[in-house]
Design a binder for this molecule. Structure first.
Ligand code: ACO
Length: 362
């Protein structure tokens, strides 16, 4: 019995394949490296949803529909009160999404794709004491997210970097949050319920909650010369190094390199703190060396969260919001899996082995 269900096959999917030995990710027949250099958020969303909703559409149609939906959803931001705003951003976002109607149709899917993109920037602005910025439906989803976050139009490099991030994390096999989404979908509860369950699974530090702590680690380390000593002490305390290790990958997570690549234009354009990038690279080198010494039997390499932290920080997202940004990108994967599961039509209901006490004989 494996409590983490490792190596258990729980679904057949046409959506994505994670090859942990080769360090390769395929999304609907396209390799991540190709996808990330050619796709936008909208095109990858169209690719993932193709054939899984009742409406057939051309990829180009998605951008204006999403824009219109973002504008409609902005009214929901008025439901934010000070009690709700005191919670972490991802929890506030989940609470707003919970107010949306459930459903299985294309309209429900579109609403859920647009909702986190509108809600998170508004939440972050309100938490910082600023008024929310209304969406501009004529913009792409990535451009509009940054526009709603800062109140200004982002540079071309910033939009490209956020698009690359959203594409990179759109789907990833049967990870914990996607599995949660499929379990809920199998009960026919509806897409909103699936997405809410998935967000709840995502927020844990062993899944999508790691990138904020990655930045905390950089801050605590401070200088390149401090990296090895700090990391060694963290491991001595029995802590895990955030941004390293993965259940499936036994080599480098290909998404880490996709994001490292996506950072380059921002660096060239002088839109990133170079010192932080240099520190991160030194931390990565020191961590890989020390993990190899301390855990020789377990190949541990950098995962997606390490460069997520650098990229989202460079784009101006506060570190407490990184899990929420992850949810913006992953929602399309959750929806596609939920639809695939619902079309399969079978309730997910595994069994457990009872190891508790038996009733006493009368
Ligand atoms: N730092 C130090 N040691 C680690 C790390 C790490 N980041 N990850 C795994 N290990 C060690 C464990 O301590 C364990 O050592 P032991 O056998 O001496 O006890 C060994 O490697 C195997 O660990 P498991 O728990 O079997 O690994 P699992 O597959 O369950 O872990 C996980 C995967 C949860 C991602 C883990 O690597 C981790 O906690 N990483 C840090 C958090 C993180 O970066 N999360 C984001 C993951 S990516 C994502 O979900 C989007």
């Amino acid at each position: 019995m494996k409590n983490g269900l490792e190596d258990v096959i729980a679904a057949e999917t046409q959506l994505s394949d994670v090859d942990g030995e080769a360090g390769r990710l395929i999304i609907r027949g396209v390799s991540l490296d190709h996808l990330v250099s050619t796709a936008t958020y909208e095109s990858v969303a169209a690719l993932l949803l193709d054939g899984l909703t009742e409406r057939q559409f051309a990829p180009a149609e998605l951008r204006p529909w999403l824009g219109e939906m973002r504008e409609r959803l902005f009214a929901h931001v008025t439901a934010l009160d000070s009690q709700l705003l005191a919670l972490p951003p991802v929890d506030v976002m989940r609470a707003l999404i919970a107010r949306l109607p459930d459903g299985e149709d294309f309209e429900a899917a579109l609403r859920l794709l647009a909702a986190p993109a509108v809600f998170l920037p508004a939440i972050l602005r309100l938490q910082a004491g600023n008024d929310p910025v209304a969406p501009d439906g004529s913009l792409s989803q990535a451009t509009d997210i940054l526009h709603m976050l800062t109140g200004e139009l982002p540079s071309a490099e910033q939009t490209a970097a956020l698009d690359a991030y959203l594409v990179t994390i759109c789907d990833h096999g049967l990870n914990a949050s996607t599995f949660a989404s499929r379990v809920i979908a199998s009960t026919q509860a509806g897409l909103t319920s699936s997405v809410l369950a998935a967000i709840s699974a995502l927020k844990g530090p062993l899944h999508g909650g790691a990138p904020g702590p990655v930045l905390d680690m950089f801050d605590a380390i401070g200088t390149e010369g401090n990296a090895r000593g700090w990391l060694g002490q963290a491991l001595d305390r029995g802590e895990r190094l955030m941004g390293f290790g993965h259940r499936i990958y036994r080599v480098r997570d290909p998404r880490a390199d996709a994001l490292k690549q996506a950072l380059r234009p921002l660096v060239s354009a002088g839109q990133v703190d170079r010192q932080r990038i240099e520190l991160a690279e030194a931390v990565e080198r020191a961590a890989l060396a020390i993990l190899k010494e301390r855990k020789p039997d377990r190949p541990l390499d950098v995962n997606v969260e390490f460069y997520t932290a650098l990229l989202l920080d460079a784009l101006g997202f506060p570190r407490g919001s990184f899990t929420g940004v992850f949810a913006i990108g992953r929602t399309v994967g959750w929806i596609a899996h939920a639809r695939e599961q619902a079309l399969e039509g079978r309730l997910i209901r595994p069994r457990s082995v009872y190891v508790g006490p038996l009733p006493k004989a009368a």
